[in-house]
Design a protein around this ligand. Sequence first.
Ligand SMILES: Nc1nc2c(c(=O)[nH]1)N[C@H]1C(S)=C(S)[C@@H](COP(=O)(O)OP(=O)(O)OC[C@H]3O[C@@H](n4cnc5c(=O)[nH]c(N)nc54)[C@H](O)[C@@H]3O)O[C@H]1N2
Ligand SMILES: Nc1nc2c(c(=O)[nH]1)N[C@H]1C(S)=C(S)[C@@H](COP(=O)(O)OP(=O)(O)OC[C@H]3O[C@@H](n4cnc5c(=O)[nH]c(N)nc54)[C@H](O)[C@@H]3O)O[C@H]1N2
Ligand code: SF4
Ligand SMILES: [Mo]
Length: 708
Amino acid sequence: MKSVKTLCPYCGVGCGLEVVHNPSETSGAIVDNWKVRGDRTHPSSQGMVCVKGATIIESIDRGRLLYPMFRESLDQPFRRISWEEALGRIVGEIQRVRADYGADSICMYGSGQFLTEDYYTAQKLIKGCLGTNNFDANSRLCMSSAVSGYKLSLGSDGPPACYEDLELTDCAFFVGSNAAECHPIVFNRFLKYRKRNPQVKLVVIDPRQTPTAETADLHLGITPGSDVDLFHAIAYLLIQWGQLNRDFIKNHTNNFAEYVALIQQYPPEDVAPRCGISVAQIEQAARYWADSQRVLSLWSMGLNQSSEGTAKVQSLINLHLLTGQIGKPGAGPFSLTGQPNAMGGREAGGLAHLLPGYRSVTSAQDRSDLEQFWGLPPGQISPQVGRSVWEMITGLEEGSVQLLWIAATNPLVSLPDLERTRQALAKSPFTIYQEAYYPTETADYAHLLLPATQWSEKTGVMTNSERRVTYCQAFHTPAGEAREDWAVFAEVGRRLGYEAQFPFTSVADVYAEFAQLTAGRVCDVSGLSHEILAQSGPQQWPFPQGSEPTSTAKRLYLDDHFPTANGRANFAPVHPRGLAEPPDLDYPFVLTTGRLYGHWHTQTRTGRIPKIQQMHPEPFLEVHPRDGQKLGVSEGEWVRVESRRGACRLQVKVTKAIAPGTVFVPMHWGSLWAQGAEVNNLTHPAACPISQQPELKACGVKIIVEGN
Ligand SMILES: Nc1nc2c(c(=O)[nH]1)N[C@H]1C(S)=C(S)[C@@H](COP(=O)(O)OP(=O)(O)OC[C@H]3O[C@@H](n4cnc5c(=O)[nH]c(N)nc54)[C@H](O)[C@@H]3O)O[C@H]1N2
Ligand SMILES: Nc1nc2c(c(=O)[nH]1)N[C@H]1C(S)=C(S)[C@@H](COP(=O)(O)OP(=O)(O)OC[C@H]3O[C@@H](n4cnc5c(=O)[nH]c(N)nc54)[C@H](O)[C@@H]3O)O[C@H]1N2
Ligand code: SF4
Ligand SMILES: [Mo]
């Protein structure tokens, strides 16, 4: 029986899957021919999978985009065209736009669901050959605050901890993370360990009482947006109690005096009302932190998706620096990555301010390293930070963006302020959309559709949250005429005249080139290759040239030396600014948004899986019973939810799991799956000034009961 080891293509936990062929089946349908089970040899997941990984096969051959399709304008129907014609049109449009408007009017919007090789080839094409840094990815909506927080506090991106730390810690803080639903296998590893070691503490900080919070020793159901205040109040108590690691602070940090001075302004008595919790709860959280030998904090979108996302991340890291809880087993700040390869994207430079190998477009040295490596003339790479995705949208509005190439993301569901997004896309002179499925909400706004191969049909690597790189092998023939993302980028590059830059004859060649570029960097994978990964299984980085498989360090900063200018980590003395759009008399509720266990994002896959559809048949609005009473609504009633930007219609779910004054809507329903229930009709694009990550977790809304 043939079996293939690969990685689950959904979340950043990065569970190993084993896909087993059933030779007696002759139907040819992937769902009949292949069965998925957990890969027991994968160190990250140890054989476990959640419902999404377990059912992935069912989605692969349903509703696929099979051929390139084209239309001159959005009011026309698509017609099937050949790849030859499609590539010719792309090259023609790029050349025309570059000549008439300059390369900076060309943009690509990619995805944490790219393989590392897709990401790398796209950077070379856009940032190298075209000379514009207008490549951004949906990681802008996801991990960019973690990236900037790490960089500012520790000197570099890169989560310092690993999953084993979940089984070595004395206390885990899950902050703005619903790991039970969103990173279930990470959470399972922790719960199993805690069951054997009941003294281990779990603290959850989340405005909702999520399944993650249900088993917590302490759940702080804070007011959305009040995290910085809370972290500062915890710091206040740790300082007051003398619970500091003075040696660590003295030898390995900067800005301590400034930080302590600032923290004096955050006594718990002042902070508690702002956070909507009691002083005793803050004290309990600080007590757990102080009394634990090893503290691990895990965070996700509750911190990152904020107009002060970087400040939230840095304020949490402050607590680790204050107590020396970093660079040792069972401890550290640990961002849980959203998408399966958002980590690989960061390594490959897949945001508008980055270059491959954790390099930066604003560094002359980094640009020149890459120009030389890529065989491009000096000065070819622009020193200007490229457009973030929202700047691509505003660029379309103004006409300064003339060509938008979208791949492996569904922005007409996932971007904020969808009405504005729709109007901007409607103005786009030329939109290319490279996608595995059809229809999707974004296809409605494209001129050219390119069918992409997806997981099971494409080979390459992905890196999970704990810096572990897994080789994912194709085991199935592509649907229709679908092509690999990297191969499309490389072919367009060659046709634009960059034959020398795209000599790749296989995806292993692409990885080999990328790996070489990381030598000596924090994310060094120069010792890795497809061959080693295929033979020796998943490996964590850093994996410099000459490393032996599985011998590399599991954690970063074990020597307490940080990649900053003076080798010390930085305290961040920052004041909170609160929500960009706090509730007021007109819009009295704070809307927060997030995920459910079974669905994946915009449902392109999970919407096609009956078991998952049954788990989560429709969207809803969570309302606290007290608010329900005030509004005069009860369970199951329909309401209209309005923000300053748009509206949606939802059924009410009355539950104490949500804080009074806050309401929650899951993000998974776009117009294709529930017309009129798109939560991003309501959200706003106000973003963190440092990370440019939009505040998808909070906006002001009002609730209008139908019939009133
Ligand atoms: N089932 C499932 N799993 C997924 C995904 C999926 O679509 N489905 N997507 C993956 C991706 S890309 C991502 S990014 C991750 C996201 O993983 P998570 O971040 O864990 O998921 P979310 O539900 O978006 O948000 C987490 C929590 O943040 C809370 N929150 C809201 N505002 C605040 C605040 O101001 N402070 C704090 N402390 N908390 C707040 C919300 O109530 C919510 O429970 O999940 C990954 N895993
Ligand atoms: N309100 C609100 N909005 C949010 C969020 C939130 O919490 N609240 N979360 C944000 C976050 S963290 C994220 S990550 C985004 C996610 O938002 P999106 O990126 O829009 O969501 P997906 O549905 O995962 O879209 C990925 C697309 O890529 C396609 N695809 C899969 N594999 C491949 C491939 O190999 N190649 C190509 N070309 N296509 C492929 C899939 O079919 C799918 O259509 O949503 C963001 N939006
Ligand atoms: S936890 Fe994440 S990576 Fe693991 S099986 Fe579930 S969706 Fe896939
Ligand atoms: Mo994400």
